[in-house]
Design a protein around this ligand. Sequence first.
Ligand code: ATP
Ligand code: MG
Length: 320
Amino acid sequence: MNDVVLTGDRPTGPLHLGHYFGSLANRVRLQDLHPMYVLIADYQVITDRDLPGEIRRYTTELLLDYLAVGLDPAKVTIFQHSAIPELNQLLLPFLSLVSVAELRRNPTVKDEIAHSSQSAVNGLMFTYPVHQAADILFCKGTLVPVGKDQLPHLEVARLVARRFNERYGEVFPLPEAMMGAQPLLRGLDGGKMSKSRGNAIALSATEDETAALIRKARTDAERLITFDEERRPEVANLLTLAGLCLGRGPAELAGEIGDGGAVTLKRVVTEAVNEFLRPIRKRRAELAGGDVRRILAEGNERARERAVRTLEEVQAAMGF
Ligand code: ATP
Ligand code: MG
């Protein structure tokens, strides 16, 4: 089958190591193999906060992060929700294909509600996974490189595609998630590393900022460093992080650190992360002065053409 790749990020802050090992590394690899769409999910920002905030700045930051890790706009269509009204039109019929009970039991939505600062949960929080089905299906996406938190949303997209095809005739292929080397990288507090939870190491952080963040990371009082995900999740996560950056196994690293304690562990992690990110940060700094937003104008145009065609097909299938 000829795969089409679709994935994306919310413009809520700079991309971090969780993105890299969860999704970005796969994107860079897949861009040479398949047509690829990368979405800056700006409407999704207002699921868990009242205002979009510094959305323009964060959109530019995302573009810089994409280019710095090696996404090539000549191969990849980078676009924004807010530029493609056809996505919102696809949302309406898609909403009719899922039940309220199905929307309510999505575990990622529940987790995001738990971390939200809003006093009340808004309607978009429950319906954005269906909007995301439109994001994936508008380009007939089949491969979706994402982290583990996205698996419930992929199930929604598959459900929507399957039910649409059953009711109206075969239009959509069923998309599949593609996991990266680390489907769930934990942050420095032990929870999911997230842009909006203050626990992330940004790809764009300076070496000193990185060192300061890792210095504050939670560990435990045991001097002998061992890789034990059950009993010592924070230490295990730091070992995992260093291992990913060095291309080595976390247990082997633990053996080398031995009774060096948290101080040695953190030094090893800091050096590994800074070394790994150095070329990415260098490229990012070189790009920062240029006009990256023109990439969006081109990507939006291409994505919109695709979305118009799919919407026409959907409306025809439904008999509108
Ligand atoms: P926010 O806190 O604003 O939701 P985020 O860090 O969760 O930001 P998203 O834009 O929501 O980032 O997610 C973009 C992509 O990165 C998704 O595919 C998601 O699965 C993946 N991803 C995010 N965080 C991690 C992580 N800690 N480990 C692995 N993959 C991740
Ligand atoms: Mg998120």
